[in-house]
Structures are given as structure tokens and as C-alpha cells.
Design a protein around this ligand. Structure first.
Ligand SMILES: Cc1cc2nc3c(=O)[nH]c(=O)nc-3n(C[C@H](O)[C@H](O)[C@H](O)COP(=O)(O)O)c2cc1C
Length: 219
């Protein structure tokens, strides 16, 4: 698999098979991803990987603490504006169309959202930790690391879904993992093998065209 294939085949998988991923494979993925770039080579990231009983413990922790709250670091800015508002809305509608859950069936939509807190059935969960005092640059660099994890995983046939949903239970998770006060969990990531029979995995999200996102000057 080349880089282009990896970028284009990585999608957010939202239904996994229970088949386990050995620790050695998760280690191998992180061993590659750690070569992601970061300003000043700070490498402002830490990962907590959970499987088996540890995975089940965080799933139970989330269930006991939901709905939770996002705290001060909102996942999206308040009153999202265009074109972002429409893009977000479209993703949700496209996803629920695949799941055949109409807008009126709020209960079923919430049930699907709640699956985030079961890693969509994936056998492995990753939590990405950053120091609270880090600036916007380091948050961006953490994102590069996360994409590197996802791309390295897909090269090995392992699918993923990044999950900022876990932000809702940041505080109990931090206590569970005995994080230092200076640290926080930014995001989760489900890792596993896609259940390709599940309609939600047929979703392919839209992207803006190059001319919408780029300007070319001086060519
Ligand atoms: C940092 C980050 C957090 C995300 N959090 C969630 C999440 O909590 N739950 C979810 O279902 N998808 C989540 N996503 C997936 C996005 O919805 C998805 O990346 C986007 O719609 C593009 O689709 P694709 O990943 O299939 O290409 C997240 C993506 C990113 C980059």
C-alpha cells in the first residue's frame, strides 16, 4: 500500500468485528507513528492503549458517567458558521441515512452515538494525552501523530475511528488512568477490523474540491 492508497482508504469505521489485535501489532503501529513531525521535536503526545479487561473497564466507566460534558474545550466552536455548519450537518445526515435512522427517531440516533463509548465494538482503544499548557501548535502536532497512527494501521489492515466523543468523560478517565493534573485526554481512537457487512461502514464522507480549499499563486 502506498501513501496515497493509505490516505484514501482510511475512513472512520463505526462497526468493528470483535477479533483481537495483539499488543505486538499495536506496538508496531505506534513504533512507526512516533516518527510524526512536531515543532521543536517536542513530541507532545502520550498514548494509553486499552484492550481486554482494561477496555471493558473504560467502557463501563463511560456508561456510568454519561452524558458527561465537554468541559472548557468544546469539540466544535459554538454556533458553527458556514461552510462548516453544513458540512457537519451533511455528515450526520449521510451517516443516519446509511443506518436508516430518520431524524424523528432521536432515540435510535442517540443509541448509535452511544456506541462511541463501546469503541464501536473495536477490541482496542487508544487515548491520546496532551499536557494542558501546550499551545495550538502542539495540538496540531498531536493531530499529525494521530493521522500517522491511522495510516500506519490501515497499511497493516487495521481500521480506526478517531473519537473526540470521549471528551465527554475526560475527567473520570483522567482519574481512572491516574493522569497528572497537568495532563488531559484529547481524543480516543477505536482500532480493529471493520465489520464490512454493517451498512454504516459504507459511508464515504464528502470532501471539498482542491479549488475550494487552495489558492495557487505564482505558478
Ligand atoms: C479528531 C477527530 C475526532 C473525531 N471524533 C469522532 C467521534 O467521536 N465519533 C465519530 O463517530 N467520528 C469521529 N470523527 C470522525 C469524523 O467524523 C470523520 O473523520 C470525518 O467525518 C471524515 O470522514 P472519514 O474519517 O470517514 O474520512 C473524528 C475525527 C477526528 C479527526
Amino acid at each position: 500500500m502506498n501513501v496515497t492508497e493509505a490516505i484514501k482508504t482510511r475512513i472512520s469505521v463505526r462497526a468493528f468485528k470483535p477479533d483481537p489485535i495483539p499488543e505486538a501489532l499495536v506496538r508496531e503501529i505506534l513504533d512507526v507513528a512516533r516518527f510524526a513531525p512536531s515543532g521543536g521535536n517536542l513530541q507532545p503526545w502520550k498514548v494509553i492503549a486499552v484492550a481486554g479487561a482494561e477496555r471493558d473497564a473504560v467502557v463501563a466507566l463511560a456508561r456510568a458517567n454519561l452524558p458527561g460534558d465537554e468541559g472548557e474545550r468544546l469539540v466544535y466552536p459554538a454556533n458553527l458558521w458556514e461552510p462548516y455548519r453544513t458540512r457537519r450537518y451533511k455528515l450526520g445526515e449521510d451517516m443516519y441515512a446509511k443506518l436508516e435512522i430518520p431524524r424523528e427517531n432521536k432515540g435510535a440516533r442517540l443509541m448509535h452515538l452511544a456506541e462511541n463509548f463501546n469503541f464501536f465494538g473495536a477490541p482496542v482503544g487508544l487515548f491520546f494525552v496532551i499536557e494542558k499548557a501546550m499551545g495550538h501548535g502542539q495540538w496540531a502536532h498531536l493531530g499529525m501523530f494521530m493521522q500517522s497512527v491511522a495510516l500506519t494501521a490501515i497499511e497493516r489492515g487495521v481500521q480506526s475511528c478517531m473519537q473526540e466523543a470521549w471528551a465527554r468523560v475526560r475527567t473520570p478517565l483522567a482519574a481512572h488512568f491516574s493522569l497528572r493534573d497537568e495532563e488531559m485526554i484529547y481524543c480516543g481512537m477505536a482500532l480493529g477490523y471493520a465489520d464490512t457487512a454493517k451498512p454504516v461502514n459504507a459511508l464515504r464522507s464528502d470532501r471539498a474540491e482542491v479549488d475550494e480549499i487552495a489558492e495557487f499563486r505564482g505558478f
